[in-house]
Design a protein around this ligand. Structure first.
Ligand code: KIV
Length: 262
């Protein structure tokens, strides 16, 4: 279990204006590479539904799938804070939310995240009162993409902006140590960042958040079939894999002998 110090560290970073860095990982080698690179937070996101399991969205991800990947990531993480996403339908009541959060802690997560603000306060309080560090997630909520009809920017209207501010204040009061803002209008993300003492971690929400999070597959170009508009990939790993596979195929077919691997 993570200590109070670890989550306090992020509040301190916000106060000092030091940006917090967070990336997703779903397997041992990726998590180890990110951890060794000095990332602050590793999230086993339910985005694994799309970028690892090939589902259309996160609404089919199960608890068992999340626990399986969290276990693998936990084996590698030494310095980052390991946060796990609670998948859809695993936090329908405060009691179920605590039970699910404990399952993640048992497999090595140091904190958990679920999607929702004001409407989820009782569940968040139950988790934090059970002593489990909690990261909130407001703005665009991917687990609701079907009802929403797509990944839509949040905070465009006055009432949406007010609702987001209320969500941020509510999750802070409920004990969250940080809050993810997903695809929120940059100016509203800035207002939220000033309105709460806990750090805001933005994804597609502009540069004024206290930190940034991305899906690693988007950052490194490992899921080339779709890249969100707000991501500038820093690598083309999919091309490297295709090139290595083609080179192997050509060499194997050309030589007529078993490949050496060298
Ligand atoms: O599932 C996920 O990867 C996430 C991040 C995009 C914030 O929730």
């Amino acid at each position: 279990m993570v200590t109070q110090d670890s989550t306090e560290k992020f509040r301190g970073m916000k106060q000092r204006g030091e940006k917090i860095t967070a990336l997703t990982a779903y397997d041992y080698p990726t998590a180890r590479l990110l951890d060794e690179s000095g990332i602050d937070i590793i999230l086993v996101g339910d985005s694994l539904g799309m970028v690892v399991l090939g589902y259309q969205d996160t609404t089919r991800v199960t608890l068992e799938e999340m626990l399986h990947h969290t276990r693998a990531v936990a084996r590698s993480v030494k310095q980052a804070l390991l946060v796990a996403d609670m998948p859809i339908h695993t936090y329908e009541t405060p009691a179920q939310a605590v039970e699910t959060a404990k399952r993640f802690v048992d497999v090595g997560a140091q904190a958990v995240k679920l999607e929702g603000g004001v409407s989820h306060v009782e569940k968040i309080e139950a988790i934090t009162q059970a002593g489990i560090p909690f990261m909130a997630h407001i703005g665009m909520l991917p687990q609701h993409v079907r009802e929403e009809g797509g990944y839509k920017v949040k905070g465009r209207t006055h009432s949406e902006a007010e609702a987001l501010l209320s969500d941020a204040r509510a999750v802070e009061k409920a004990g969250a140590f940080s809050v993810v803002l997903e695809i929120v209008v940059a100016d509203i993300a800035k207002q939220i960042t000033h309105a709460v003492d806990i750090p805001t971690i933005g994804i597609g929400s502009g540069e004024h958040c206290d930190g940034q999070i991305l899906v690693t597959h988007d950052l490194i170009g490992l899921f080339p079939w779709f890249t969100p508009k707000f991501v500038s990939p820093q690598a083309r790993v999919a091309d490297e894999i295709r090139n290595a596979a083609r080179a192997f195929i050509e060499r194997t077919r050309g030589s007529g002998t078993a490949p050496s691997g060298g």
